[in-house]
Every structure is written in C-alpha cells, then in structure tokens.
Design a protein around this ligand. Structure first.
Ligand code: PGA
Length: 252
C-alpha cells in the first residue's frame, strides 16, 4: 500500500519561509517513488502561489485545510470546493480538530456534507477524527472515534474510493510534542478499520494516516505498524529538511 505524508501548514509560513522550505526540501528529497504520496496544505490564498512556485517539485500535491459544503453563495470567509478544484487543488482536510475546537465544526452531520461536496467536485478528502485528553482518560476513545467515523461517512456516496483518506489525530497529541505510542495509534487505527466494516459504502482499505507530533525521530516506528498508512504533520512539516526526512522515511 501507498504511504501518505501530508503537511498541514496551518496559519504559518511567510513567502520567505516557503522559499527556504523548498530549498532545503529539494536537497533532502529531490525525487519521489510511486509508493509515496506527498502533500502540503498551505493557507488557502497560498495555494496558487505554491502550485506555480519555481522550486516546488512536480510531485508535491497541494491541498486546502478546509472546504465549505456549499458550492457558492453568501458564506464570508469560506473556501468553495469547486473554486478549489478549478485552481488545481488536489485534496482538502475536513474536520481538523482545530476547526472543531475553534470554529464550531462540531456536527459530524455537517462534516458529512462537506466531505460529500468535496468528493463531488473531485477533490481528495482527508477526514480528520480524534479524541480529546479528557475523552481518552474517561475511556471514551473508541466510542468517540466510532461516532465521528460513522456519522460523517454513513451517507457518503463515493465512486472513486481513492478519493477518501482518514486521519486519526488524538487532540492531546497535536502540537504538544506528545505523540501517541505506535501501539496506541495502531489500536485506534484497528478500531477505525472495524468501523469501516459497518459502512458498506466505504472501502475497507481506506488509507489511515496518524497525526499528532509526528517527526523524523518517531515516524519509522509509526509507519511500521500495519494499519498506519501515513502521517498528517503540522510542526515538523514547516521546515523543508524535517518534512523531507519524513518523506524519505515513507519510501522505506
Ligand atoms: P502537529 O500537528 O504535527 O504539530 O502535532 C498535526 C496536525 O494538526 O495535523
């Protein structure tokens, strides 16, 4: 199976930093291989800039961090899925925990609508799920992940199953330096695979990415797990050398 390394730049990176990113990335990872998908999600207005950046290797796919369920209309500040597609965006994150936490994306039903709209436009979707620290402490991880998976995906109609990926990102591991152990991540991924069994409309082989303080030092052990098919990376994706090292690890 393919390995996916996707950088989520969040609200970071100046033009100068983007330039420096590609300079060091290209030194470490000048060529890719067929079994690795490399993606980067910048701030949305940087998408065209990245796509035409003279130093961007052809193989880096550019994605959005969020996408509306509406095609167009009076939705100030939102990204339209068809406008994203029109400018050549390859994929979009949906339901990232920071969107859930800070922007009120709490309804898994609405997230299902967003996923459907993005898929209908031909975008690849990385649907993000994950439990909070409190939920983990209360032994609710499995039920939270089940709810987030089933509610959002149960009504999804998807012709090309390659369009959907799921990222498991425990909220307590995002940006904290605290990573889930490979065993904890694998356990959660096994649960998620089990939930996919209950969804006849979704491919059981849907790639499952882990996210939460992934860095070059811990990526090998995570990717070695059977059900971990890649990584969604925040902090360590901002510098070209660490992101390049993550991509290198994914080729092994
Ligand atoms: P992090 O972020 O790698 O900085 O923990 C991951 C994410 O939010 O996708």
């Amino acid at each position: 199976m393919k390995n996916y390394i996707v950088g989520n730049w969040k609200m970071n990176q100046s033009l100068e930093e983007i330039n420096a990113f590609f300079t060091s990335f290209n030194e470490i990872f000048p060529n890719t291989s067929d079994n690795v998908f490399v993606g980067v999600s910048p701030q949305s207005f940087h998408i065209p800039l990245l796509m035409s950046h003279p130093k961007k290797p052809e193989f880096i796919n550019i994605g959005a961090q969020n996408c509306s369920q509406h095609k167009s209309g009076a939705f100030t500040g939102e990204n339209s899925p068809n406008a994203l597609k029109e400018i050549g965006t390859v994929f979009t994150l949906i339901g990232h925990s920071e969107r859930r936490q800070f922007f009120g994306e709490t309804s898994n039903l609405a997230l299902g609508e967003k996923i459907q709209s993005a898929l209908d436009e031909g975008l690849q979707v990385i649907y993000c799920i994950g439990e909070s620290l409190q939920e983990r402490k209360q032994n609710l991880t499995q039920s939270v992940l089940k709810e987030q998976t089933i509610t959002a995906l149960k009504n999804i109609k998807i012709e090309n199953q390659d369009q959907l990926l799921i990222a498991y990102e425990p909220v307590w591991a995002i940006g904290t330096g605290e990573t889930a152990t490979p065993e904890q991540a694998e356990e959660a991924h096994q649960w998620i695979r089990g939930f996919l069994n209950e969804l006849p409309n979704i491919n059981q082989e849907t790639p499952l990415l882990y996210g939460g303080s992934v860095k070059p030092e811990n990526v090998d052990a995570l990717l070695a797990k059977e059900n971990i098919n890649g990584a969604l990376v925040g902090g360590a994706s901002l510098k070209g050398d660490s992101f390049g090292k993550l991509c290198l690890a994914a080729t092994k």
